[in-house]
Design a protein around this ligand. Structure first.
Ligand code: NAD
Ligand code: MG
Length: 391
């Protein structure tokens, strides 16, 4: 029986994870659930899944969570705050941690799980973009394992020999990450000038949280994934390509030196990657409908439009610049996306803010978490200054 901490349980990945767990009560148990501020949703999830511990990140809401659980007759421990989240990720109540918090807010709990040697199911891509080398070091020290949940990286993991997440000596020539292209594929810059947050969040293939939906619309999501692939698989930037594939059935591909190209296919539903990561190296049912080749139609692939969707080019630029440039990129993007979602920044200005912050803060070497968090703060402050200029 695997005891699973689902951090970010009230989100989109959290829901998919709990769905898969509930299908296999003999194998998996959701032992810890966490949320940011949505007490009502967290209490409901606790009533349905009966964890041993519920953590609400906002300390002001701990009392209300306890009251709601008591009223619903749910007996589980309650904790709150950032430190409680980190303690839960590394504590004895779980052996597996699903890192499904959105943004840099997930960094500490992800690192704590890695240091504690847990099986880390990584959805929170921002933490590996922000602190790739430190996360890998923490994993090494903890002796646990990381199974990627991001569908592209999970696909690549499945296409590598024996699921081995290390490219050296494996005959791999290229990693090809597929991208749906998002809701604005094929649009010109002029057509994107006035798009709204709701339009940006209306993804044609995937149902996701609002931040990653905007990242998909700008192609920053693919940029973050290029950096994620670089760290996860030890792949240089030049060996990672992006192919726009609007059907979202091929989740990514690995090309070998002999010309073989292996791909992982399936319907666009995160439960496949989550079930794979939970059960690996075994396989379990995920609830995802089988892919019917005869009716899925033509599969198209095209090059991304880097002039219109500049965030992808900026992510490559940050990866090549090295040091903490990816952390700067990520922080600036989080601030810009938040402003866009709040209606305070035009869509195309997201890339301008990120570019401006990258230019303002030349990369520095990554030393430790403390200095990285300080740089993340500097980048957020610089992004807010850029926002004032852009508005
Ligand atoms: P979401 O917005 O639906 O859910 C985010 C979760 O994080 C919620 O449970 C929320 O309560 C929690 N959270 C937010 N801010 C927090 C904070 N400051 N402290 C503690 N908890 C906080 O997001 P999502 O779509 O589920 O995405 C989660 C992560 O998974 C992101 O990093 C995203 O990039 C990644 N991811 C998502 C998908 C997808 O299909 N949704 C696919 C691949 C990767
Ligand atoms: Mg992805």
């Amino acid at each position: 029986m695997k005891r699973v901490a689902v951090l970010g349980a009230t989100g989109s990945i959290g829901a998919s994870t709990l769905d898969v767990i509930a299908r296999h009560p003999d194998r998996f148990r959701a032992s810890v659930l966490s949320a940011h501020r949505n007490v009502a949703a967290l209490a409901e999830l606790c009533a349905a899944h009966r964890p041993e511990l519920a953590v609400i990140a906002d300390p002001a809401l701990e009392g209300e969570l306890a009251r709601r659980l008591a009223a619903a007759g749910v007996r589980c421990a309650v904790a709150s705050g950032h430190a409680a989240l980190t303690a839960a990720a590394s504590g004895t109540l779980c052996d597996t941690v699903v890192a499904a918090i959105v943004g840099a807010a997930g960094l500490d709990s992800t690192l704590a799980a890695a240091r504690a040697g847990k099986r880390l199911l990584l959805a929170n891509k921002e933490s590996i973009v922000l602190a790739g080398p430190l996360l890998l070091q923490a994993l090494h020290e903890g002796g646990g394992e990381l199974i990627p949940v991001d569908s592209e990286h999970n696909a690549i993991f499945q296409c590598l020999p024996g699921g081995r997440p290390d490219l050296r000596g494996s005959g791999v020539r290229r990693l090809i990450l597929t991208a749906s292209g998002g809701p604005f594929r094929g649009r010109t810059r002029a057509e994107l000038a006035a798009v709204t947050p709701d339009q940006a969040c209306r993804h044609p293939k995937w149902s996701m949280g609002r931040k990653i939906s905007v990242d998909s619309a700008t192609l920053m999501n693919k940029g973050l994934e290029v950096i994620e692939a670089h760290h996860l698989f030890g792949a240089p930037a030049d060996t990672i390509e992006v192919a726009v594939h609007p059907q979202s059935l091929v989740h990514s591909l690995v090309e070998y030196v002999d010309g073989s190209v292996l791909a992982q296919l399936g319907n666009p539903d995160m439960r496949t990657a989550i079930a794979h990561a939970l059960a690996w190296p075994e396989r379990v049912e995920s609830g995802v409908a089988p892919l019917t080749l005869a009716t899925c139609g033509a599969l198209e692939f095209e090059a991304p439009d880097l002039d219109t969707f500049r965030c992808l080019a900026l992510a490559y630029q940050a990866l090549r610049a090295g040091g903490d440039a990816p952390a700067i990129l990520n922080a600036a993007n989080e601030v810009a996306v938040e402003a866009f979602l709040a209606g305070a920044l035009p869509f195309l200005a997201i890339a301008e803010v990120v570019e401006g912050v990258l230019a303002e803060l030349p990369p520095q070497a990554v030393v430790d978490v403390e200095s990285l968090v300080a740089r993340d703060g500097e980048a957020r402050a610089a992004a807010r200054r850029q926002l004032r200029r852009a508005c």
